[in-house]
Design a protein around this ligand. Structure first.
Ligand SMILES: [Zn+2]
Length: 113
């Protein structure tokens, strides 16, 4: 499963960062997940709970922050809301919109003790 390997690397980064900061335990993890990314937040939560087991992040809740889709319309020359990947510009209806936000999956922040 795609989400499983994603969450394995998230846990790796989280635990590595916590260790570098001299922490003994991870208290919470927050992720930015774009609405246009090909991941399912429910699957992410499920996989997170499976992979955190036995790590420093065991028991740490995961919070998922959904990031809205946004793109740069080459015809309008401005940032527009993007409802879907390769969607049309809401102003001019053209499809020359380059996605600038909504595709991310990154660690926003975390709490350690
Ligand atoms: Zn446009």
């Amino acid at each position: 499963m795609h989400e499983m390997s994603l969450m394995e690397s998230v846990i790796d980064i989280v635990c590595e960062t916590a260790r570098k900061n001299g922490a003994t335990r991870v208290k919470a993890v927050r992720l930015d997940v774009g609405v246009l990314s090909h991941v399912d937040p429910d699957a992410l939560l499920f996989c997170y709970e499976a992979v955190r087991h036995g790590t420093m992040a065991d028991g740490a809740p995961l919070e998922i922050n959904r990031v809205a889709g946004e793109g740069w319309c080459l015809d309008c020359g401005k940032t527009v809301a993007l409802e879907q990947r390769f969607g049309a510009c809401p102003h001019c209806g053209q499809h020359r919109v380059q996605m600038t936000a909504g595709d991310e999956l990154k660690i926003r922040d975390m709490e350690v003790v």
